[in-house]
Ligand binder design. Structure first.
Ligand code: DX5
Ligand code: ZN
Length: 227
C-alpha cells in the first residue's frame, strides 16, 4: 500500500446520552468527527425503536457536519421525504428492506440527499451490485443491526475486501462504510480491508475518558496505517 487512505469517523448517537443530545453532538463535532451517524429503527426491520425526523431536525441544528442517517426500517420509501426534509445529508436504506431498490435510490436523490445502501452480515454484495454505480455510500454491517455495543463480526471483513475491489474496478465514487463493533483495536483492520468511513457508537459515546479522548484514540489507531 503506498498512500495512507483518508478515513472518516462517524460517531453514532445511538450511544449518546439522549438527555443532553445537543451537547453530545457538539462535543463530537468539536472533537473532529467527519459525519454524525443517526440510527433510525422502526421495531420491525430491527427489534429496537429509536427516533424520527423531529429529532433528526433537532440534531441538524447542533452541528455543521453532514448527517449520515441509517434507516433500519421496512419500506423506507414511506419515510424518505420526511428525513430528507429534516436535514439528512446521506440517507442509507437496507437492501433487505426494499422491494424496488433502484427506485428507492433514485427517490433519495430526487429529495436532494446522497444515497446509501446497507447490507447485513448475511447479505451478499450482489444485492447492491446493480445499483453500485448510482450510490454515494455502501454500508457493510459488521454486526446484525438493532443495538449498540455488539461484538464486531470479523468474518465480514472478507466481504468488505470484495466490495472494495468491486468499487475500485468500476471506478465507482461510493464511500465504503462499516458499522458495528468498531473500536480503536479493530479500526485499522477495517480500513486495511477497504473501509473509508468508520461508524463508532459505544467506542465514542460510552467511553470512560469522554468523547474527545475516544476520538483521539480512534485517530491514533489509524496512524499506524499503511502496513
Ligand atoms: C447498529 C447501529 C450502529 C450502532 C453502532 O444497529 O447501526 O450504528 O450505533 O454501535 P457500536 O459502535 O457500539 O457497535
Ligand atoms: Zn448505524
Amino acid at each position: 500500500m503506498s498512500d495512507t487512505p483518508s478515513v472518516k469517523i462517524a460517531p453514532s448517537i445511538l450511544s449518546a446520552d439522549f438527555a443532553r443530545l445537543g451537547e453530545q453532538v457538539a462535543e463530537a463535532t468539536a472533537a473532529g468527527a467527519d459525519y454524525i451517524h443517526v440510527d433510525i429503527m422502526d421495531g420491525r426491520f430491527v427489534p429496537n425503536i429509536t427516533i424520527g425526523p423531529m429529532v433528526v431536525e433537532a440534531v441538524r441544528r447542533c452541528t455543521h457536519l453532514p448527517m449520515d442517517v441509517h434507516l433500519m426500517v421496512m419500506e423506507p420509501e414511506r419515510v424518505i421525504p420526511a428525513f430528507a426534509r429534516a436535514g439528512a445529508t446521506i440517507l442509507t436504506v437496507h437492501a433487505e428492506a426494499c422491494t424496488h431498490l433502484h427506485r428507492v435510490v433514485h427517490q433519495i436523490k430526487e429529495h436532494g440527499a446522497r444515497a446509501g445502501v446497507a447490507i447485513n452480515p448475511a447479505t451478499s454484495p450482489t444485492a447492491v451490485e446493480e445499483v453500485l454505480a448510482d450510490l454515494d455510500l455502501v454500508l457493510v454491517m459488521t454486526v446484525n443491526p438493532g443495538f449498540p455495543a455488539q461484538e464486531f463480526i470479523a468474518g465480514v471483513l472478507d466481504k468488505v475486501r470484495r466490495v472494495r475491489r468491486k468499487l475500485d474496478d468500476l471506478g465507482a465514487k461510493a464511500e465504503l462504510e462499516v458499522d458495528g463493533g468498531i473500536k480503536s483495536r479493530n479500526a485499522a483492520e477495517a480500513v486495511r480491508a477497504g473501509a473509508r468511513v468508520l461508524v463508532a457508537g459505544s467506542a465514542i459515546f460510552a467511553s470512560e475518558g469522554g468523547v474527545r479522548e475516544a476520538m483521539k484514540e480512534m485517530r491514533a489507531s489509524l496512524s499506524k496505517l499503511p502496513s
